[in-house]
Design a protein around this ligand. Sequence first.
Ligand code: ACM
Length: 534
Amino acid sequence: MKIMMSACFSLLLIFQTYGQNTYSILPQPAKLTPASGQFTFKNNTSIVLTKGATSFASVANMLSDQVNTSFGIKLSVKNGNTKSNAINFIYNNQLAEEAYHLKVGVNKIDIEAKTGKGAFYALQSLFQLMPAQVFRTTPSNQTASALACSIEDAPRFNYRGLMLDAGRNFFPVAFIKRYIDLMAVYKLNTFHWHLTEDQGWRIEIKKYPLLTSISSIRKESMVGKYDDMKFDNTPYGGFYTQEDIKEVVAYADNKFITIIPEIEMPGHSQALLAAYPQLGCNPDKIYQVATKWGVSEDVLCPREETFTFMENVLTEVISLFPGKYIHIGGDECPKTQWKQSRFCQDLIKKLGLKDEHELQSYFIGRIDKFLTSKGKRMLGWDEILEGGLSPNAMVMSWRGTSGGIEAAKLNHDVVMSPNDYFYLDYYQANPKTEPIAIGGDLPLSKCYSFEPDLPELNEAQTKHIIGIQANVWTEYINTTAYAEYMTFPRALALAETAWSPKAEKNYSEFLKRVQKQKPNMDALKINYCPVEFK
Ligand code: ACM
């Protein structure tokens, strides 16, 4: 009996250590080979930067800091040869930029990468092999251990993005940093920061101070459903100073996240016009920062003065954001005012354009040329395709996948962000029991079901799909807690589709991994939607 019990106990241990379910890393690594036992971090465990790996020092320090914060164990970081009772960082020039090998043995941990970014992703996987305590910020004397295994991993897509709309509602720097932290845990690498909207301009531009003193403030906000037309009679505002932006960009860089700023034009510009009405088609109009959600008719007029203004704005934006892409919106630009404008109609004739849609293309084309001349690549919503684009421009497909398909066929790089799969402002559970949202129906399963390999595209065209992105539009999301709620756990579906091999895609396995993230998300104090955890 005793023998049987101990046999059962051993089996249980083997199951716990070897069982597929025990290793629950999200996104699922490309290849994970189970091993027996675990590595235990002790006070005399060290972190070793071997020859060639000294540039991974900042990542090594992150490991040291996180283990110190959560377990109270101080791991010293030194240069030297690989050794036991250590986490050894090893340079491997055979690996791709974001790839890594992680070998957790009973005696040592080896992390191989070619870049700090690869080493950083190894670290994210290592943390998910450890107790959830590793994500807490108050230390416990619980054993700090990591399950033994061997991982060879690299992402499926180079672009793994999340967008946050800071225009409709403003989110403080501390939250932006937290959002970046949470993205990094799940190996997302691009934060698209939507900074200007009809309802608020959120970035300081030194040359045009009215953008912050006037355009960043609306006199009130809508409350409840749009159709109710109720307002709170309370001024609302906020903006990021250039110092804030520099701080966030540096913070994100440290977490290997690139920030793409979005400066909307020629539509979604009502807030800008409230301060600089001379850039609209009707300079005598009294424009106000929008208080209603929806698409505003008040758009920029394609005058020389407007181009000069926007180029000056972009020059400051470029100086703040070192990434290669600048997003210029380009979506939802109603043409009513251009139709009624003598100036626009004359310009259409002068340029030999067919209509206002070609005028929009002219607008976008000029901005595209400007950004290209500054060494940047323009990115815009799929409307920028209308009327032709420079080969350099990249398209973000939001009205389903058709814009992205068309763009890829024209050899443009594409980020797929189809609204019906990746608009995280849509309901994720029963609207009757959920907090108010914009509408839609986007449960976790649907978000996970998006497959970026599309039958409409051949192999060469498919290579233009450089990644995927989910978007958190914030008309109805006016607290940081609610932003997290709408983001999680659906961001995990995005992360897994963006990172893990296509062949590994399996919703029921994914859902188990999501459920196993609960202790980690609790430790990280994420305010996730609980519907998948009941
Ligand atoms: C968008 O949702 N208008 C890009």
